[in-house]
Design a binder for this molecule. Sequence first.
Ligand code: ASP
Length: 320
Amino acid sequence: MSSQDVRGIVVGSRNAAVGFPAAIRILRAGGSAVDAAIAAVKAVEDDVRDQGVGTGGIPNLLGEVELDASIMDGRTLAAGAVGAVKHYPHPIEIARRVMECTPHVLLVGDGAELFARTHGFEPANLLTPEAEAVWQAVIHGERAPEQNVYEDRYQLYMSVVRRWTELLHRELFGTTNVIVRDLDGNIACAVSTSGWGFKWPGRLGDSPIIGAGNYADNRYGAAACTGRGEMAIRCATAHSVVMYLRFGLPLEDALRQAMLDLRHLEDPYAEAETVMNIVAMDRNGNVAAASTSPHATYIVQTLDMETYEERPRLYVPLRE
Ligand code: ASP
C-alpha cells in the first residue's frame, strides 16, 4: 500500500459520482475539505434518480421522505448532524449549520425542521412520483390502490405495521458517503441518506450518528458507512476504523477488523449480502473500502485525474 502524502483527493460510495465534479472544482480552487465534501453530497441529494438520498428517496412507512445527514471536520473534530428531517432537500447543509452555529451536534425531527426554517432553508416536496409509486406498490402488495392512501392514514398505518418487518427485509437501502482531503491536508467526511425504505417514522440509522456512520480525525483518518445502520451503531463502525488506524493498523487491516467486529452481533435482520459497506481514508490520503458483498465498488478521484476511477472493495463476508 502506498504511504505517500496525497492531498486533493475525494473518495466515496459509487452513487457519489454526480457530486465529484463539484468537490474537485472546490479543491482545485483551494477550497476546504468541508466545503468540497458538502458540495458533493448536495449534488447527490439533488439527484432524483437516487432513491436512497435526498429528494427522490424512498419514504418511510407513512409515505413521508425522512432524511438524515452528518458532517465531521477532521481538523477540529467538530461535527453536526440532523435526523428524521422532512421537507428540506439538503440535510447536509442543515447539519453543517448545526456544527457551525450551535453548541449541539445532533438535532432531529420537528426541532431540526424549526432550526432549518429559522436559518432560512427553503422547504420543498421531496417525494417524487417515482418514489411514491414504489411506496404505493409495496404497501398495496403490488396491487393498484383502490382508494387514495392518504384518506385514511391510520387504518393504512395499522395494516402495514403488521407487515412491517417483512417490508424491511426488502433491500431498500441507499446512502452517500464522501471523504475529502484538501490541499492543506485537512480531512472531512459527509454522509446523507433517506435511510431504510419503509423505516419506522423517527428511526435513525448510522448516517447521522457520529462514530457510527461517520468519523473523521486528521491525525488518523476517516471512515463512513452504508448498509444496515443498526449494525454500524452497535459496533461504532466508523469510529472503529479510525481507532484501528490510531493503533497502527494499515488501512486495509483497519477496515477488515471493523468489518470482522460485525460478526459478533446477533442480528436476525442481517441476512442481506450487502449488509455493510465502509469507505475510508488514512491520514496521508490513502483510500480503501470494504463490503460484505463480493461485487461492491467505490470511487476515487485526485486533482490530476480527469474523472473518477471505480475500484473494487475489499470483500469481508459477514459470515465465515
Ligand atoms: N445506513 C443507512 C441507514 O441505515 C442506509 C443505507 O446505507 O442504505 O439508514
